[in-house]
Design a protein around this ligand. Structure first.
Ligand SMILES: C[S@@+](CC[C@H](N)C(=O)[O-])C[C@H]1O[C@@H](n2cnc3c(N)ncnc32)[C@H](O)[C@@H]1O
Length: 208
């Protein structure tokens, strides 16, 4: 099953079913970006709009892009702010989302993208100088332990195609495209640092 078909199927229940990864990412996003959102923002893989409204309230213009029409349909119904423009697009292809962004956000999408280098090259082109690139993903430690994006559909479990990215895959792809690391943080269920971290979040700055 393609990632697009998978998320089209998941869309109806994505917001409803218990999902600690989704919920913890919202906390990570709002914490790491609390003073950093403004100007024009590009949200990659905006999904059902979990972060879209929060971002839109803090910036002048937001472009929210996703591969899945069904996921985005939920976001469109939820977020009706006039400064939000929804686009259908695949981040694995050449981006047609515009340029000159102050901030790009990417929450829980890169586990479905094999080529991180492409993403960082496109992000560098789309950002202003000194623009920020926020990336938050399932922690690779969780991936090593077997975690993958999965959901129930019509009585059976569906597991989506996922790629494993190590911490240095992100930092090396970022460095190769002229990004500096401004922040890295790890996010734990219930803040319990004795367990495996669930998420890793990066804030990169475009130095080009
Ligand atoms: C786990 S959901 C995360 C949605 C939202 N960012 C959040 O944190 O709740 C992943 C989203 O990424 C989108 N996605 C996956 N691969 C994509 C691609 N190649 N291009 C654009 N969007 C993609 C999916 O359609 C889905 O909406």
């Amino acid at each position: 099953m393609s990632v697009e078909t998978g998320y089209d199927q998941w869309a109806a229940t994505y917001d409803e079913v218990a999902n600690p990864t989704r919920d913890l990412e919202k906390e990570a996003c709002e914490t790491m970006l609390q003073d950093r959102v403004g100007g024009t923002v590009l949200e990659l893989g905006g999904g059902t709009g979990k972060n879209t409204g929060w971002l839109a309230e803090r910036c002048e213009r937001l472009v929210s892009a996703d591969l899945s029409r069904e996921m985005q349909a939920v976001a469109r119904a939820k977020v009706t702010a006039a400064n939000v423009e929804f686009r259908i697009g695949d981040v694995r292809e050449n981006w047609q989302f515009g340029t000159g962004f102050d901030l790009i956000t990417c929450s829980l999408i890169l586990e479905h993208v094999e080529d991180l280098g492409h993403i960082f090259r496109e992000a560098a082109n789309a950002l202003k100088p000194a623009g920020l690139f926020y990336v938050c993903e399932l922690h690779p430690f969780k991936q090593y332990a077997g975690s993958k994006a999965r959901f129930e559909f019509e009585g059976s479990e569906k597991v989506l195609e996922c790629y494993r990215h190590h911490v240095t895959d992100y930092t090396k792809a970022a460095a190769a495209t002229g990004f500096a690391v401004e922040d890295i943080s790890e996010w734990f269920d219930g803040g319990d640092r004795a367990e495996l971290p669930r998420l890793i979040a990066f804030l990169f700055r475009n130095e080009e």
